[in-house]
Write a protein that binds this ligand. Sequence first.
Ligand SMILES: [Zn+2]
Length: 336
Amino acid sequence: MNMKCIMVNRIGGFDVMDVPVRMPHADEILIRVEVTGLCRTDLKLIRLGHRDLVLPRIPGEEVVGVVSETGENVKSIKQGDRVYVYPGMWCGGCPSCRAGAENLCRNMQIMGFHRDGGFAQFVTAPAQSVIPVPEGLTAELAVFAEPLSCCLNALELGQVGPGKTVAIWGAGPAGTLLARAAKAMGAETFSIDPDPERRSRIQGHETCPEKTVDVCIVAVGSVDAYQSALSRLGPRGRLVVFSGLHPDADRLSVSFNQLHYHEQTLVGAYGCCYRHGHQALDRIASGSVAVADLISHRMALDDLEKALLMVETRQCRKILLYPDENSPHQTDHLHK
Ligand SMILES: [Zn+2]
């Protein structure tokens, strides 16, 4: 059996290819991809490469689909189940895994980076990594579990909770999910984005007043945003390093006396753990974090180049890609 896929053979571009479907090993399942989300990381990975990318590779780390085949050892999941795929495959035995931070596993294999991902009609995943989608939740809402999981990891590391004030730099899909999830956790949130239209998309957003906050989360890859976040950090404040910076411009000046006298913390956040997938699906299914209005375009996998250009020029919110020609996507433009 063959399938259509996007293959990155060299950094800078990709090919639409027809390749054999890899059948699942004993502990794996084969998933027919229903929908896959496009994010800025995919743009970076294809155009510039990525620390964790091993070529040639089918990208795609936001995947929801239906189980098509199961390996002989798989008992927890059956054919026909709709599943969300946690993109990590972790060893379970290293110090990070044992500490509950499998996203930092020293043997981590990320779908779409170290192993093939969801920009294809089928994807193979370890049964360990999949989570059944709650009854009644559509594939295109469930696929937000991946970006939302990364936000939940960042909010956990920022120790966001009731009564905390949280300022978020960036009002793109990630910044919006961060703000909504923080609010759902009982925090008071402020969004900082130079674009008023993007800022206004966050329901009930408030512009950050000229004061300090408990938690600053930077969801834009900009040194200026980080510098501004440092200046807004209050006593015992935590600055969450959510967005990576360009490797040639990832240095900024920090006053260690500021950290010392105000007992402030800088904390990195990268990816998400398996448990965040469960939490994210629960929040989406219960409506605690709204995601539907973030979808701006539904496109065919063949239109990836067009989709990447839209991400590059920020002419979109979330773009969902459909690998199956028979899907009801037909490149509609919900929001301009
Ligand atoms: Zn490990």
